[in-house]
Design a binder for this molecule. Structure first.
Ligand code: NAI
Ligand code: MG
Length: 334
């Protein structure tokens, strides 16, 4: 029996997650769904952004769907972003973010790429200190083990997508130790997996330019935490922006799907949040975690047909309800 732990979180997380859960229930009638708490609201109420119970439920289910959480703009003692805690505590060490063109909303057709990003280390380990009152230093950690895990996932995804090109994105000319270890380890694993022919490399600055100029030339990009964070937001422009960008936090035997957007306090509760990113995140759980390719494609094609028929999204009049109905009824038809 498949189980899903739903963590709506704050703001529009509460509006969009039920739509994705509804889609999963149609595709997987036996799905067992439990709800868990996390985020700022949870912190205010219980003094903890990710209660132990939430971690227990996630470990028990093995699959989760996260909405979004709000973070205060200033440091609050005892508070740490819930998604960072979840990634760390559940060892969700790889982040997967596909970007593709959608009818009516993408600025250009023909883009279909996927960014795999290391999700646990790099510059995001949070080790910063003041070396003197006038000098701040941040440490960057790259480990062989984390790069191996990332490259093994890349090999898996490359086979699934029948990728012709796997691009390792780094800055080894300036950072020969950290980026060098990343590049050499990934290359070795991909060669061992028989994918050496497909491996290609780009310096991160060139990759950024090419993602703007010729996004259709990329297939699978593999990179470190900070580079992947920036490049994937940039690339999401081609899919039509934040409201349609999905992601999957991926560990061993456990995965947490998450729309890329935040809690959008400016529209929370207004009924105008677009649930497409949440729906497409659910499709990533189906494809990559549960290995249900057919169901994943079915959900994505329902989104595609809805957008096609609606000729895009009118942000002025589109409501969560209307998009939900439009996609869910097209799922029923399959
Ligand atoms: P945001 O993604 O929440 O919103 C940016 C803009 O995009 C807003 O104008 C919003 O209305 C719009 N937008 C986002 N998602 C949308 C959707 N599904 N449908 C329609 N419009 C949508 O980013 P922002 O404003 O920088 O951050 C707001 C809060 O969210 C902050 O507290 C921030 O810390 C948090 N955040 C949380 C993330 C997470 O949970 N993983 C990621 C990013 C931000
Ligand atoms: Mg980001």
């Amino acid at each position: 029996m498949r189980k899903l732990c739903v963590i709506p979180g704050d703001g529009i997380g509460v509006d969009v997650t039920p739509v994705a859960v509804a889609a999963l229930r149609i595709l997987l009638p036996d799905l067992q769904v439990v709800e868990a708490q996390a985020g700022w609201g949870c912190f205010v109420e219980h003094g903890c952004a990710v209660p132990e119970r939430t971690l227990e439920l996630m470990r028990d289910c093995g699959a989760g769907l996260f909405g979004a959480v709000q973070s205060p703009a200033h440091a609050v003692p005892g508070y740490r972003s819930a998604i960072l805690t979840l990634r760390q505590q559940l060892d969700l060490s790889v982040n997967l973010r596909p970007v593709r063109s959608w009818p009516g909303i993408s600025p250009r057709p023909g883009v279909d790429l996927l960014i795999l990003r290391e999700n646990s280390e790099g510059l995001y380990i949070g080790r910063e200190h003041m070396a003197s009152p006038d000098q701040a230093i941040a440490e960057r950690q790259i480990s062989r083990q984390a790069c191996e895990t990332l490259a093994q996932r890349a090999a898996e995804v490359a086979r699934q997508r029948r990728s012709k090109r796997i691009t390792l994105v780094h800055k080894a000319n300036v950072l020969p130790l950290t980026c060098g270890l990343f590049r050499d380890t990934c290359r070795a694993v991909l060669e061992e997996q028989g994918l050496g022919e497909q491996v290609d490399e780009r310096l991160v600055d060139v990759a950024a330019l090419q993602l703007v100029e010729q996004p259709q030339n990329f297939d699978l990009l593999v990179t470190t935490n900070l580079f992947g964070d920036i490049l994937s937001d940039l690339a999401s422009y081609w899919s039509g922006g934040l409201a349609t960008a999905p992601s999957l936090n991926w560990g061993k035997g456990i995965a947490l799907a998450e729309p890329v957007h935040g809690s959008a306090p400016d529209i929370a509760g207004s009924g105008r949040a677009n649930p497409i990113a949440a729906l497409l995140s659910a499709a990533l759980l189906l494809r990559h975690h549960w290995q249900l390719e057919e169901e994943a494609t079915c959900l994505e094609s329902a989104v595609e047909r809805f957008l096609n028929d609606a000729q895009g999204l009118d942000h002025g009049t589109q409501t969560t309800e209307r998009v939900a109905q439009g996609v869910l009824t097209r799922l029923d038809l399959l």
